[in-house]
Design a binder for this molecule. Structure first.
Ligand SMILES: [Ca+2]
Length: 209
């Protein structure tokens, strides 16, 4: 516990001077409280898909995605998401094992890579949300949250994470209300060569609180 608080203080110090920008998001930043405690367990529906999801990525480090999640990237780039315990791009609120793309790469890599959730059934839900702990620091890249209702054939961006963000974000996704087969992805696009740039994600929740 002492160590965790120490790390969070370090992160807070590191973030001093950065503008933590908030758009139309509900943010509870740097509270020091693990986000996991409030997450309900997924409930199975008649179609077999859960009506919510929660992913901690802990224990996944340096291995393939699990539980129906996927990592994708465009054919002409080689940089992809991975599951890491690196201190770089660690989101506040993370336990230290999280998904990340881009950090610490000294060469000027082009990235177009997505962290894709398992499917969720939001039938009957009027006000679903996506919530996640995040660290996003980039001058030349964009990080967008996108939805698909057709198994990933087409995607639509619902919002972009502001360029300098370290927070737990909760965003409504009314576009997904009533859809039975929803995928959420975190899509990073841009250059990764700037020192310290990257995107970290942990404790993803999709569903209704
Ligand atoms: Ca984690």
């Amino acid at each position: 516990m002492r160590q965790r608080h120490s790390v969070q203080r370090m992160l807070s110090s590191a973030l001093t001077g950065l503008a933590v920008t908030v758009g139309a998001l509900t943010v509870s930043a740097l509270t020091g409280q693990p986000a996991a405690s409030a997450a309900p367990l997924p409930e199975e529906n008649g179609g077999g898909r859960p009506t919510s999801l929660y992913a901690e990525f802990t224990g996944w480090e340096y291995g393939p995605p699990r539980d129906g999640w996927a990592l994708t990237h465009s054919a002409d780039t080689d940089l992809n998401w991975l599951f890491s315990t690196s201190p770089l791009s660690r989101p506040p609120g993370s336990d230290g094992a999280f998904a990340t793309v881009g950090p610490g790469r000294v060469n000027d890599y082009l990235a177009d890579a997505s962290l894709v959730s398992s499917p969720v059934d939001l039938t009957g839900q009027k006000s679903p949300v996506v919530a996640f702990d995040t660290y996003f620091y980039s001058y030349r890249g964009t990080g967008s949250v996108e939805l698909s209702f057709d198994r990933g054939a087409t995607w639509s961006a619902v919002w972009e994470v502001p360029a300098k963000t370290a927070a737990r974000l909760t965003a409504p996704i009314p576009q997904a209300a009533g859809h039975s087969d929803v995928l959420v992805r975190f899509h990073y696009k841009g250059r990764s060569g700037e020192y310290g740039a990257g995107w970290g994600i942990d404790n993803v929740f999709v569903g209704t609180r």
